[in-house]
Design a binder for this molecule. Structure first.
Ligand code: LLP
Length: 437
């Protein structure tokens, strides 16, 4: 948090808008984004590629935060997006996002989804497995419609183990296995399918990655592979897609590299390896999700009840929780919160932030220092922009919060708050007064 995030009243701001005013105007819980910060991250990625003078594509992994307005923002910035379901694809379409800039991922795309992708004319399908490859070969032949594809490879490299070349990561539901020859087989099948235009290879080694090594290793491994494929299969991939996963700073304990440092290393390694292996220089694609939106977003809550267990712990409860941010419960993810009315006040009490859901695991933050609070105070949980709204749910029949974009001192509602009526909209009452026969 910097001084620039506070206004003259010492209130926390987002995109130049007072968070207390936002809480008042839209109620809480509320997701708010500084869209200028998202644009800055995009520009920073672009600048690294351009400084290295390489062909590239930034494809926003929209699972991190998908809404019509977000696809519009991506379109404004001229970047690609990746989608992983018919629902994300439909949302992008509704946003008027250019379909040729869409990539479609997923390890079990349905025939309906593949058909939808072809109907829409999505730019690229990331083929994950043999079943999909066959379905897509058949579908495109029936329709006499070409489609651009990349193959997703499981490179046998895990970013989360100390031993990067762990067989552990081979044991993944995603992608064609490399070591057993399945990737070669997939290339041959794709080459033989007259309507599949195979342009490149994709892999993704994990998320919230803090080290460069894993990325360098996939570049080395893929370029070595491409050199062999040139001679053995007459296959010259044009694109190397290294996926996403660039880590972000959630708490003061996190010391990630800048996303741009990852990309710079990836680009330099690709240049070095292609030269070393006599492979034509590749177009480099990245798929950042978290690193584009996480720190640009925060969630505003109102404090309510508290419970002080002497000598043990003080719980402060907010009006949201695991329904709007399941990451602490699911991954033991850590966040930090500040008081919106004066984040720079000295924090002299250690508290834990509980949600309002009927589950002991519904905790947003364990043991963090905060200034003295009152019920009704607005609490901002920071850096919730990725996998917060996109993983929100209606547990306990709580409506999902609204989403507001803020930029240059202006705010715009981009997702409405769900209502109780929305919660029963799909419910169908029993028609009989007796057991269903
Ligand atoms: N590309 C592919 C193929 C992916 O599977 C993912 C994330 C990304 C790109 C984007 O990764 P990112 O840059 O966001 O790390 N729900 C989890 C994260 C799951 C990520 C799944 N795949 C969380 O909340 O931490």
């Amino acid at each position: 948090l910097t001084a620039a995030d506070l206004n003259a009243q010492h209130h926390l701001t987002v995109g130049g808008v007072d968070t207390l005013a936002l809480a008042q105007k839209y109620q809480t819980p509320l997701y708010v984004y500084d869209t200028g910060a998202i644009r800055q991250e995009i520009h920073a990625f672009k600048a690294v590629f351009e400084a290295n003078d390489v062909n590239y594509q930034i494809s926003y992994a929209s699972k991190a935060f998908a809404a019509v307005a977000m696809y519009q923002l991506a379109a404004q910035e001229g970047i690609h997006c990746d989608v992983v379901s018919g629902g994300e694809m439909y949302t992008a379409k509704q946003a008027g996002f250019p379909m040729e800039k869409l990539s479609f991922h997923g390890n079990n795309k349905s025939l309906a989804e593949l058909t939808e992708a072809l109907d829409y004319g999505v730019g690229c399908i990331m083929v994950d497995n043999f079943y999909e490859l066959q379905q897509l070969a058949n579908l495109t032949a029936q329709r006499e419609q070409h489609v651009t594809v990349m193959l997703r490879i499981a490179p046998g490299i895990s970013a989360h183990t100390h031993d990067y070349i762990s067989t552990g990561q081979e044991d993944s539901k995603f992608g064609f296995d490399l070591n057993s020859g399945q990737a070669d087989e997939a290339v041959k099948l794709a080459q033989a399918a007259p309507y599949l235009d195979l342009v490149g290879i994709h892999c993704h080694i994990g998320s919230q990655i803090f080290e460069l090594d894993g990325f360098k290793m996939i570049v080395d491994k893929l370029v070595t592979l491409f050199a062999r494929w040139q001679t053995e299969l007459d296959f010259y991939p044009k694109i190397i897609n290294v996926g996403g996963g660039f880590g972000v700073k959630y708490t003061s304990e996190d010391q990630p590299l800048l996303p741009t440092e990852f990309v710079d290393a990836i680009v330099k390694e690709t240049i070095a390896q292609t030269q070393a292996h006599h492979v034509p220089m590749l177009e480099i694609w990245i798929e950042p999700g978290r690193s584009l939106v996480a720190t640009a977003g925060m969630t505003l809550y109102t404090l309510g009840a508290s419970k002080d267990i002497p000598g043990i712990r003080k719980y402060l409860a907010v009006d949201g929780g695991m329904g709007d941010n399941i990451r602490p419960a699911l991954y033991e993810a850590k966040y930090e919160a500040v008081l919106a009315k004066d984040p720079s006040q000295p924090s002299d009490e250690v508290v834990s932030i509980a949600g309002k859901y009927c589950e002991s695991g519904d905790m947003l933050i364990w043991d963090q220092a905060l200034p003295a609070t009152q019920p009704g105070d607005v609490l901002a949980v920071l850096d919730t922009g990725a996998y917060g709204y996109s993983m929100a749910n209606n547990y306990n029949r709580n409506p999902r919060p609204a989403v507001v974009f803020c930029e240059n001192g202006h705010d715009q509602l981009v997702v409405q708050r769900e209502t109780f009526a929305d919660l029963t909209r799909l419910d169908v009452p029993l028609t009989a007064t007796e057991p269903i026969k």
